[in-house]
Design a protein around this ligand. Structure first.
Ligand code: MD3
Ligand code: FE
Length: 206
């Protein structure tokens, strides 16, 4: 049974928005596309230090990070191929909940054992009036969200497989990250771990 939870102004969490069957269908769609656009390990601009998450993208624009910076681009940084199409289920989800033009980027984050994501803001998009929508698959994660500055109070929220979170309005520029993954809490992802699908509008207009 799906339950809607208000976390903070601008944040809406739908627990179990996708049923177990839908999660499996979505995961199959994702893994089929990953064959065309394999996970790669991004590095931080400047330092060149590797991310602990592996990433890929679907849709017309992908978010990538390398030694020279963060940016959106239409092609995979390793294979040079265009990103695969966005799964239909995710296009439908965005149209249902986001009051904005269609998403252009689905960033795929793979968290294997020990992977995390430090507190950061998502601000590489020109369309800051559009929300960001996140779908969790696989192992549970401890997600952390704060305010628009790096300092100040934060709160932790557990995200489980099938949960959907939308961040808009007052929360669009909130600092957020993933503290840790609960290894073995789900058997959905082959090889274990968590996959997060983050949907974003990048440009202001078509
Ligand atoms: C709150 N990913 O890829 S999704 C990211 O679970 C990212 O992989 C995390 O943060 C993950 O940038 C968190 C939840 C999320 C995404 C975007 C946000 C929360 C957000 C933008 C603004 C505020
Ligand atoms: Fe983020």
């Amino acid at each position: 049974m799906m339950t809607r939870v208000a976390i903070a102004p601008g944040v809406i969490l739908w627990r179990e928005r996708f049923s177990k069957t839908e999660q499996q269908t979505l995961l199959n769609d994702v893994l089929a596309r990953i064959k065309q656009a394999p996970f790669y390990r991004p590095v931080m601009p400047g330092s060149g230090k590797s991310f602990s998450v592996e990433e890929s993208n679907f849709g017309p624009l992908g978010w990538i990070s390398d030694k020279t910076g963060y940016r959106y681009q239409a092609t995979h940084p390793v294979t040079g191929a265009a990103w695969p199409e966005m799964p239909a289920l995710l296009i439908d989800l965005w149209r249902e909940i986001a009051d904005a033009p269609d998403a252009q980027c689905c960033l795929v984050n793979l968290y294997r054992q020990g992977a995390r994501m430090g507190l950061h803001q998502d601000k590489d998009e020109k369309a800051l009036s559009a929300p960001v929508v996140s779908v969790s698959l696989g192992d549970e994660a401890l997600f952390r969200i704060g305010g628009e500055t790096r300092r100040g109070p934060t709160r932790g929220v557990e995200l489980a497989s099938g949960d959907v979170v939308m961040f808009g309005g007052a929360a669009r520029l909130a600092y957020h990250g993933i503290d840790r993954i609960k290894q073995g809490s789900s058997s959905l992802v082959p090889g274990g771990g968590r996959i997060n699908l983050t949907l974003r509008r990048v440009t202001q207009t078509d």
